[in-house]
Design a protein around this ligand. Structure first.
Ligand code: HEC
Length: 318
């Protein structure tokens, strides 16, 4: 009998602890996340990376399929004449799923939702036709706010036309790049979440609460073994350096523990020549053994390679 009594006490304490913690979780949330408005960072970020950069049925193997492009547009996509002012647009080719804010405008936040729907016509956007979005400024109840404008609806700009008039160097594949970031497990070592206190001075300001509306997954990382990357593009914006560092981090940081990501170059380099990884590594080994003065050159990447998108994503982290 005594044993049963202890069991009953144990069960009650367990019930109390579980009930107590569930009560706190369900009834006392200190922040109402749903009521947080998107910041400009969140609006730009979700338009740049698109629907989902983690596992999803559209892209089960995380190849970065059906992702948007960020285009610095200098010419009118209909006439090909220079625009009065160059602008940043987010191009969703036909079939690319829209980000959460377009599908559920409510998460954009008060005012941004109303303006994006009424003036920006985002509810007219159709996935099968694709769409071109931009961020615009407007006044809602006397306050200046940013909202999303569907330029396919308002100006008749087709995604294919924008891509035709844009130069490759003005196009960023950051959305596909974030998929690479998730797939390659960069978050295993790197965080995307500088904290208060000393982080501020080295890695930049912590994010705001509304910076994450519509983003999935956030890829904060947890256990940091390497520099925080949330603002890496503003302190380290050299494509040359990033290329060398990704091909083999030891080229620029002799004692780096970061793995090499040379396979993201794929089969062929920028000029369409086959990349000879075996030869490269043999030459690199000679270099580390002091039998060569300089390391072999890192191949320049093809414009549709996975590494291009990862570099674009790094440079988008400002
Ligand atoms: C095993 C842990 C590890 C993994 C996995 C890893 N890194 Fe790193 N990374 C490091 C370390 C350590 C450094 C600092 C030393 C150096 O520069 O190599 C670093 C440095 C960097 C830097 C330079 C940071 C700065 O402050 O300038 C970038 C950019 C970067 N990594 C990107 C990536 C990306 C993208 C991936 C995934 C494709 C990745 N890393 C995967 C450990 C890692």
């Amino acid at each position: 009998m005594a044993g049963f009594r202890e069991y009953k006490i144990g069960a009650r304490i367990f019930g109390l602890a579980l009930g107590g913690s569930m009560t706190i979780t369900l009834f006392f949330p200190s922040i109402n996340i749903a009521s947080t408005s998107s910041t400009d960072v969140a609006l730009a970020k979700q338009l740049a990376v698109g629907h989902e950069t983690g596992f999803n049925l559209d892209d089960p193997l995380l190849q970065g399929k059906n992702k948007p492009y960020v285009v610095y547009l200098k010419n009118d996509p209909k006439t090909n004449q220079p625009l009065a002012q160059a602008m940043t647009v987010y191009v969703y080719p036909a079939g690319a799923p829209f980000p959460a804010g377009i599908i559920h405008p409510r998460i954009l936040g008060e005012g941004i939702e109303q303006m994006s729907v009424e003036q920006g016509h985002i509810t007219d956007a159709r996935k099968d036709a694709g769409a071109v979005f931009a961020l615009d400024k407007g006044v809602y109840q006397g306050k200046q706010i940013s909202f999303i404008n569907d330029l396919t609806a308002s100006k008749g700009w087709a995604p294919a036309d924008v891509m035709r008039v844009a130069k490759d160097e003005d196009v960023s594949h950051a959305g596909k790049g974030k998929t690479m970031f998730v797939r390659e497990g960069c978050w295993w070592c790197h965080t995307l979440l500088p904290e208060q206190t000393q982080d501020w001075q080295v890695f930049g300001a912590p994010p705001m609460q509304g910076d994450f509306n519509g983003e999935s997954p956030t890829a904060f990382g947890s256990d940091r073994k390497a520099p925080d990357l949330l603002h890496v593009g503003s302190r380290n914006s050299s494509k040359e350096w990033l290329m060398m560092h990704f091909f083999n981090p030891r080229l620029v940081q002799p004692h780096s523990i970061m793995p090499r990501f040379d396979y993201l170059w794929g089969e062929k380099d920028a000029s369409g020549n086959k990349i000879d990884y075996v030869k490269w590594r043999a030459e690199y080994t000679e270099y580390t053994e002091g039998k060569r003065v300089t390391p072999p050159d890192v191949p320049s990447y093809a414009s549709d390679s996975e590494i291009r998108s990862l570099v674009d994503f790094m440079l988008s982290l400002k």
